[in-house]
Design a protein around this ligand. Structure first.
Ligand code: AMP
Ligand code: MG
Length: 326
């Protein structure tokens, strides 16, 4: 379905107005958030959201996140338990998605929920995302703006590479500051918070604000009925070898902290100083770059990343990239 002329909208009032005019007509416009670029459409318009699924090649069983400008708008869409209200107060706007029962009068197209009774909602902090949501003055459904199964885009160029010809445009806001997708938090029947996907807000920060957060059920986009299994959702073409001390002969190197004595000609360091925020921001662009240099036959050896703070989300994405392919 390559039938659209994809426009790159500038970071300006004019760019935002042009983007809005497409969204109001049921079009598809990618926009930057602090996590990754999202592929936006009017979340009240069933046909527009169906076009998101088509453009991405996203399986129909995988629901999308709905973005709104502020917590008040978010609470009009979903019925949050006490821990959810607290999470919204502390972390919105920011890289946290909350999943809770949808309100009957939400006005959100059911396709966004892909059959679930719950809806995923986020309030992004990014200046351009905020400007777009305020000017649109409605909810935007926006999964990551990549072809299904590919690495999420953290630059407008990544969006163009994958979706040019399939969407109406991309609002170019430069690189994304966090660079990892949002943390997704759901709630048990008793109201206890449950981590569904590690992401831009760390488990440690969530627990500091909310008390206990269960973290033993991670969603699997490829088989939502069997949570907890690893999927190869974030898949580069090259193979990925984790927790490597150094690259073996012929392997590319993805470093973190000081590099080993012998590194490959093809190498990128996510953060030479061992800073997890910096590594998160660089991760997806680095995977794309190594992939482009290596092609399908290559192997990327990856340095160990500490399993703390944002390291948990980085390791989650790397494990998925390393998971066996179909
Ligand atoms: P992305 O395409 O990167 O924005 O991913 C959105 C993520 O949110 C996917 O992993 C979805 O499975 C998840 N998600 C969206 N809506 C829900 C929901 N109602 N319940 C559980 N997970 C959801
Ligand atoms: Mg995605």
């Amino acid at each position: 379905m390559k039938d659209r002329n994809t426009i790159r909208f500038s970071d300006s009032d004019r760019g935002i107005r042009a983007a809005i005019s497409f969204l109001q007509k049921g079009g598809l416009v990618a926009f930057p958030t602090e996590t990754v670029y999202g592929l936006g459409a009017d979340a009240r318009d069933e046909r527009a959201v169906a076009d998101i699924y088509r453009a991405k090649g996203r399986p129909a069983h995988n629901p999308v996140i709905v973005h709104v400008a502020d917590a008040t708008a978010g609470q009009r869409l979903i019925d949050l338990p006490e821990a959810g209200l607290k999470a919204a107060e502390v972390f919105w706007p920011g890289p946290l998605t909350l999943v809770a029962p949808v309100r009957e009068n939400s006005g959100i197209a059911p396709i966004c929920r892909a059959g679930a009774e719950t809806l995923a909602v986020r309030v992004p902090e990014h200046r351009l995302a905020q400007a777009l949501l305020k000017a649109f003055s409605g909810p935007l459904a926006a999964p990551s703006a990549n072809r299904s199964g590919q690495v999420s885009p953290t630059h407008a160029d990544h969006v163009m590479e994958e979706l040019s010809g399939r969407i109406d445009g991309v609002l170019d806001g430069g690189p994304c500051a966090v660079g990892l997708e949002s943390t997704i938090l759901g709630f048990d029947a008793d109201g206890t918070a449950r981590l569904l996907r590690p992401g831009g807000v760390s488990l440690e920060d969530l627990e500091r604000a909310l008390g206990t957060v269960h973290s033993d059920t991670i969603i699997d986009d490829t088989a939502p009925s069997a949570p907890g299994q690893l999927s190869s959702h974030y898949a580069p073409g090259a193979r990925v070898r984790l927790n490597a001390d150094a690259p073996s002969l012929g392997e590319a190197w993805l470093g973190f902290g000081p590099d080993p004595d012998r590194v490959s000609a093809i190498s990128i360091n996510l953060s030479p100083s061992g800073n997890l925020e910096e590594a998160g921001a660089n991760l997806f662009a680095a995977l794309r770059q190594l992939d482009e240099w290596l092609g399908e036959s290559g192997v990327i050896a990856v340095a160990p990343i500490p399993e703390i703070g944002l390291g948990c989300a980085i390791n989650d994405r790397l494990s998925r990239a390393a998971a066996p392919r179909d």
